[in-house]
Write a protein that binds this ligand. Structure first.
Ligand code: ATP
Ligand code: MG
Length: 425
C-alpha cells in the first residue's frame, strides 16, 4: 500500500542495536577474505535484464517468478535488481579484463532482490556475501572455498550447527543421458508431480530435483542419480575435492539429489545447511561454473564460488546464543554545565584523534540523568567535565563497569593528554 509509508513488504530496516551484529559480522568477513587473499569487488545493484536471464537460466525459480525487472522509464532499457551476485561478478571481470594475468579471487557483499513470499529467513531484499575464484580449474579451489566457509563458521562460533553436503553435476554431455532417464522416470510418476514439476519435466527436469514440495521430494528419492552417469574425468575431480576435504578434516555427506537453483553449475556443487532454522536450512551454497564466463562473452575460463545469506547466518548466531560484542564507545563524556562545551568539545576531538572512542553528551540535563545515559551507552568509562576541574586542567574519570569501590571518580590531567588516553584504552 503506497500510502502506508512503511518499508516495502519483505524488505527490512536494520536498526540499532541489531545493526551492531551486522557490523561485527561484516568485520569478520573482511578479515576472513583477507586471510585467504580474496579481493573485494563491488558491482551496481541494477544490471541489464538479459545478463540474469542468460546466466541463471530461463527455466529457474529466480528468472521465472522472482526477479524485480522493469523498464527504465527514461530510455526504455530492460533492467533488473540483482537477484544474485555471480553473474555481475563475471560480467565485471570480462568488462575490465580482470583475468588477463591469470586467476582472480574475489568477494562481494550486499543486497539482493527476489520477489518471494516473505517468511523467516526468506525476504525480498536480503543480503549475501559471496566468494568467487575465477580462472582456476582444479579441485583444490573447490576445497579452498568450502573450507573458507568452515573458517567463517568457526570465527562466528556456529561450526557445531552446520553440516556440509556435496555433489557432482558432471558436464553437460553427461547430463544429457541422465536427463533422458530422469524424464522417463518422472513421466512414469506424472500423477505425483505438482504444476511446477510437470512444467519443468521437459524444459529443465534437473530443476525438479530441487523442488521444495515434500511430495515431489519423496518421488525424487527414487529418481535416477546423476552421479551414476558421470565419466572418469568428472569422477576424478569429485574424488579430488573429497580427498582434500578429508585431508583438512572436514566431514561431509554426498547428496546425489543436490542440485542448485541456478543453471550455470557443473561438476562440484555444495551446500552448508543447519537444522536450526526450520525450512530455510541452507545458509551457504555454491559450486563450479566453468561455462559461465564464455557464455557471457568472455574468454573461456573455469570458475567456482559460493554465496551465503547474511540474515540466515545471523539468525543462526542468535539461535546458538552467540551475541556479537555490542558497539559501545570507550567513554561517555558528561559536563556539569552546557557552558563548558567550548572547552569540552576540543578535548573530545583530541581524544578521538588519539584513537579513543568518545560519545559526547548533548542536550543538557542533570548530572544524574547524564550519568544514566553514560551507563546506557555501554561505555566503560565516564569522563566527567566540571567547571572547577577544567580550570585546574583536569577531568574526572569514572569506571562504569568496575566493582562498587572502583567506581570512585579520580582526577586526571588534560595536559599531556597521553595520560588520559592511556587510562581510557
Ligand atoms: P533457497 O533454496 O533457500 O531458496 P536458493 O537456492 O534460492 O535458496 P541461492 O541462490 O543459492 O539460494 O543463494 C545463496 C544463499 O542466499 C542461500 O543459501 C540463502 O542462505 C540465501 N538466500 C537466498 N534467497 C534468500 C531470500 N529470499 N532471503 C534470504 N536469504 C536468501
Ligand atoms: Mg530460492
Amino acid at each position: 500500500m503506497a500510502d502506508r509509508l512503511s518499508a516495502v513488504k519483505g524488505m527490512n530496516d536494520i536498526v540499532p542495536p541489531r545493526s551492531a551484529a551486522w557490523e561485527w559480522f561484516e568485520q569478520q568477513v573482511r578479515e576472513l577474505m583477507r586471510s585467504y587473499g580474496y579481493q573485494n569487488l563491488r558491482t551496481p545493484i541494477v544490471e541489464y535484464t538479459p545478463l540474469f536471464v542468460r546466466s541463471i537460466g530461463e527455466v529457474t525459480d529466480i528468472v521465472e517468478k522472482e526477479m524485480y525487472s522493469f523498464t527504465d522509464a527514461l530510455n526504455g532499457e530492460p533492467l533488473t535488481l540483482r537477484p544474485e551476485g555471480t553473474a555481475a561478478v563475471v560480467r565485471a571481470c570480462i568488462e575490465h579484463g580482470l583475468l588477463h594475468d591469470g586467476g582472480k579471487r574475489l568477494w562481494y557483499s550486499g543486497p539482493m532482490f527476489r520477489h518471494e513470499r516473505p517468511q523467516r529467513g526468506r525476504y525480498r531484499q536480503f543480503h549475501q556475501v559471496g566468494a568467487e575464484a575465477l580462472g582456476f580449474a582444479g579441485p583444490d579451489v573447490d576445497a579452498e572455498l568450502i573450507l573458507m566457509a568452515r573458517q567463517l563458521w568457526r570465527r562466528l562460533g556456529v561450526s557445531e550447527l552446520t553440516t556440509l553436503e556435496i555433489n557432482c553435476l558432471g558436464q553437460s554431455e553427461e547430463r544429457v543421458r541422465h536427463r533422458v532417464d530422469l524424464i522417463a522416470y518422472l513421466q512414469r510418476h506424472a500423477d505425483r508431480l505438482d504444476a511446477d514439476a510437470s512444467r519443468r519435466l521437459h524444459t529443465n527436469p534437473l530443476r525438479v530435483l530441487d523442488s521444495k514440495n515434500p511430495q515431489v521430494q519423496e518421488l525424487v528419492q527414487g529418481a535416477p542419480r546423476l552421479i551414476d552417469y558421470l565419466g572418469e574425468a568428472s569422477l576424478a575431480h569429485f574424488e579430488g575435492v573429497q580427498s582434500l576435504l578429508r585431508a583438512a578434516g572436514q566431514a561431509y555427506t554426498v547428496n546425489p539429489r543436490l542440485v542448485r537453483g541456478l543453471d550455470y553449475y557443473n561438476l562440484t556443487v555444495f551446500e552448508w545447511t543447519t537444522d536450526r532454522l526450520g525450512a530455510q536450512a541452507t545458509i551457504c551454497a555454491g559450486g563450479r561454473y566453468d561455462g559461465l564466463i564464455a557464455q557471457i562473452g568472455g574468454k573461456p575460463a573455469p570458475a567456482c564460488g559460493w554465496a551465503l545469506g547474511i540474515e540466515r547466518v545471523l539468525e543462526l548466531l542468535a539461535e546458538a546464543g552467540q551475541t556479537p560484542p555490542a558497539a559501545a564507545p570507550h567513554a561517555y563524556a558528561v559536563l556539569s554545565s552546557a557552558e563548558l562545551m567550548p572547552h569540552v568539545l576540543p578535548v573530545c576531538e583530541a581524544l578521538r584523534e588519539a584513537g579513543v572512542q568518545v560519545q559526547l553528551h548533548m542536550g543538557g540535563g542533570s548530572m544524574k540523568s547524564q550519568m544514566k545515559k553514560a551507563d546506557a551507552s555501554g561505555a566503560r568509562w565516564a569522563l566527567v567535565f566540571g567547571e572547577e576541574e577544567l580550570r585546574q586542567g583536569q577531568v574526572g574519570l569514572k569506571d562504569l563497569r568496575g566493582a562498587q569501590d572502583a567506581q570512585q571518580q579520580r582526577l586526571l590531567p588534560l595536559d599531556p593528554l597521553q595520560h588520559l588516553v592511556c587510562a581510557l584504552r
